[in-house]
Design a protein around this ligand. Structure first.
Ligand code: SF4
Length: 722
């Protein structure tokens, strides 16, 4: 029996933990952490340990499916499915124009390192701007609106490994395995946190829960949800009034400091404390501790990013880092200049705001102040349409209405805000194609479901995380086991359909061969052309490692090109006014509790609950509440309750959790099933959970520019169902 052990890495989530796989006759028989890896130190989580089971899981699609006239699915060969889909897309393109063809690239699409670039090439070839991703569900303010309005620092912000302090707002990396650089690294986060604490890093948390991270911090502001922007404004007001900011840095690199100071002046700790539910002296202590640094960044996570005033919150967090000068300076060595990103010198200087990105991009058809958002990538600006209003784009008749949706590694019916509307929008499409490993809630509505290869069945490189590490780390993995049956990769869909439609696809490295299917390596070489380390070198390196790239020392600012980060961009005054008004808003008597989002260890958004080990840890998304709250409402731990907002109602399992602030309910998103009453998913609350997006009206608090819906800090009430 042929047996081999190979190094690879997990792509269940975006932490990319290195693993060693033992394969016998193309069967994966063992999968263990790669304990040789210096960065991860042998770390994996419970989800990654389920990859073997995932390959042969009974719910996994072994081949593609086509919806039949009676609503059932029948197997179809992928070539036949691609033929039929290409014909239908060509017809829709001809009849309705390019914008009518959309793709939604969900969290799983990011784990295939070629998927996004080939999907974008397809969109460019047909001239469709209707390119959507999961990023604009929860973090457009952080990755797009904030830097667009304020500008950014070309030398980057202080990272965890050389920080003295970190301010972490609603980010529980120990469970989510996600943080932008500056927070606790996503890679072996427990080790990173322990190492940081040993080094003396001071940790400040702002979170309504005593999360796994908050329980290990120096100062925890256990806030009432919804006032994160006001709390950060108060922290800035203390720093500026006590002159704790970096004056020299501000003098040279920022604009609008005086106006920012005027705006935050009314957000005194005393003015914010009552609404935010924390003592004023805690806000003062947080401000002084962060300002003392001298190094370290403020970062946010999903909760506050999906809560009220996301644009203002990100502006304030980025302003806080700027006024405290938490950026690498001239003469300093960049900790990680990138391995796969383009080589080139870097200067310690700011790039100013890019208002044209908000002004000139493709506009949403549903509101003039919403349109394309631009994410700054290592390869330059990348525009995408905001997913927050994609359902409206699908429902609104007229020129540009989305008629066909290609859903890649995502589950819109569970993930998009306003579930009822999402259901209507998906049901009204002329063509819905899903690339999904199982018949998910969304896939069940599809015309075609293409069966994809899983991560260990394909090559990949750690492109997504290239600049998230604090060292120049990378890993290329070969295919560990060949996929059995008729399965394709996500990028192959766009290439194959593009070929059938006679399109010429091109990426940043040049045209893609449309006659012979390119290899994955060829595609990745195209995508990473000009990288600091040639892709071939990473390909020939066994396992993941830190590459010996030449030091990048930040050059001095170039007077001819240096600009300033704008702390007072147009529009921010109205956002300050709205956040300030919220401080005095009376509680909603009918909906007195606030529902916030949370992550769970046993799922990655909607993926995971079907796997046995993850299932054993829970099959529902409980409504976690303080035991005092439950007692006051005469609700027993484990009882089924109704969670009701002004927009909708869902069942939930009430669960006592004294790490939560009273007055708050905490539930994980992306659970449950279809809202169609005939599906009777509410009756399966203990088996599949329920969907919090049914509680949300996506347009009620739509944020300017991105249309982002309020998905956390939702006013709700609960009642016993029995
Ligand atoms: S954190 Fe878990 S799921 Fe994510 S890559 Fe690592 S092992 Fe896989």
């Amino acid at each position: 029996m042929a047996s081999k052990t190979v190094k690879t890495y997990c792509r269940f989530c975006h932490a990319y933990c290195p693993m060693e796989a033992t394969v016998e006759d193309n069967r994966l028989v063992a999968l263990v952490p790669d304990s040789d890896n210096a960065i991860y130190g042998g770390y994996t989580c419970v989800k990654g340990r389920q990859l073997i089971e995932q390959i042969d899981h009974p719910t996994r699609l072994q081949q593609s499916q086509k919806k039949q006239a009676d609503g059932t699915f029948a197997a179809i060969g992928s070539e036949q499915a691609l033929d039929e889909i290409a014909v239908q897309l060509a017809t829709i393109l001809e009849r309705y124009g390019p914008r009518s063809i959309a793709s939604y690239n969900g969290t799983y699409s990011y784990q295939n390192s070629a998927a996004h670039d080939v999907a974008r090439a397809f969109h460019a070839a047909i001239g469709s701007p209707s390119y959507y991703t999961s990023v604009t569900i929860d973090q457009p303010a952080k990755v797009a609106i904030g830097p667009t309005r304020m500008g950014w620092w070309n030398g980057g912000s202080h990272m965890w490994n050389d920080a003295d302090v970190a301010l972490i707002i609603g980010n529980n990396t120990l469970v989510s395995h996600y943080s932008i650089p500056g927070g606790i690294p996503s890679f072996s986060p427990h080790n990173a946190l322990r190492e940081g604490r040993r080094r003396g890093v001071k940790l400040i948390c702002i979170d309504p829960r005593v999360t796994e991270v908050a329980s290990r911090c120096d100062l925890h502001l256990q806030v009432r949800p919804g006032h994160d922007a006001a709390v950060v404004a108060a922290i800035i007001s203390v720093i500026l009034s006590e002159q704790l900011h970096d004056k020299a840095f501000c003098d040279e690199h920022v604009a609008g400091l005086e106006q920012l100071a005027q705006q935050v002046a009314r957000f005194t700790p005393e003015a914010v404390a009552a609404a935010a539910g924390v003592p004023a002296n805690q806000i003062v202590a947080a401000a002084r501790l962060f300002a003392a640094g001298p190094r370290g960044s403020a970062v946010t996570g999903t909760g506050p990013e999906m809560g009220p005033h996301p644009n203002l919150l990100q502006h304030l967090v980025q302003s806080l880092n700027a006024i405290c000068g938490r950026h690498y300076r001239a003469g300093e060595r960049l900790p990680n200049p990138g391995v796969l990103t383009p080589a080139g010198p870097r200067s310690a200087q700011a790039t100013g705001p890019q208002p044209q990105w908000l002004r000139d991009g493709v506009r949403s058809r549903v509101a003039d102040d919403i349109g394309e958002t631009v994410v700054l990538s290592p390869y330059g600006p990348l525009a995408e349409m905001p997913t927050a209003v994609i359902s409206d784009e699908m429902l609104l008749a007229g020129e540009g209405q989305i008629k066909a949706l290609i859903c890649v590694g995502g589950n819109p019916l569970l993930a998009w805000p306003d579930q009822e509307k999402t259901h209507r929008a998906l049901a009204g499409l002329e063509l819905l194609v899903c690339i999904d490993l199982k018949l998910s809630a969304t896939a069940q509505m599809a015309d075609y479901v293409l069966a994809p290869k899983l991560c260990l069945e394909r090559e990949d490189v750690t492109l997504l995380t290239d600049i998230w590490h604090d060292k120049p780390y990378s890993q290329y993995t070969r295919t560990v086991v060949e996929a059995e049956g008729d399965k394709i990769e996500e990028w192959e869909f766009f290439w194959a359909v593009g070929k059938r439609m006679g399109l010429a696809l091109s990426m940043r490295g040049g045209p893609i061969d449309m006659r012979e299917k390119p290899t994955k390596f060829d595609l990745l070489a195209n995508i990473t052309k000009g990288s600091r380390v040639p892709l071939a070198d990473i390909y020939h390196t066994e396992g993941g490692r830190v590459f010996d790239v030449p030091d990048v020392i930040l050059g001095p600012p170039d007077p001819a090109t240096q600009e300033r980060m704008q702390l007072h961009p147009p529009g921010v005054d109205e956002e300050f006014a709205a956040a300030h008004a919220d401080l005095h808003r009376a509680p909603d008597r009918d909906y007195p509790l606030l529902l916030v989002s949370r992550r769970m260890k046993n799922t990655y958004n909607s993926t995971g609950p079907e796997l046995s080990l993850l299932k054993s840890k829970g099959t529902t998304n409980p409504a976690f509440m303080h035991s005092r709250e439950l007692a006051a409402l005469d609700i027993a731990d484990g009882e089924i309750v109704e969670v009701r907002s002004r927009h909708g109602a869902i069942p939930a399992i009430a669960t006592a959790a004294d790490d939560i602030r009273p007055g708050v309910i905490s539930m994980s998103h992306c659970w449950g099933g279809s809202p169609d009453p005939t599906a009777r998913t509410d009756e399966q609350i203990r088996e599949i959970g329920s969907n919090t997006n049914r509680l949300i009206d996506n347009r009620e608090h739509a944020e300017k520019y991105s249309g982002m819906a309020r998905q956390s800090s939702i006013a709700v009430a609960i009642r016993k169902l029995s």
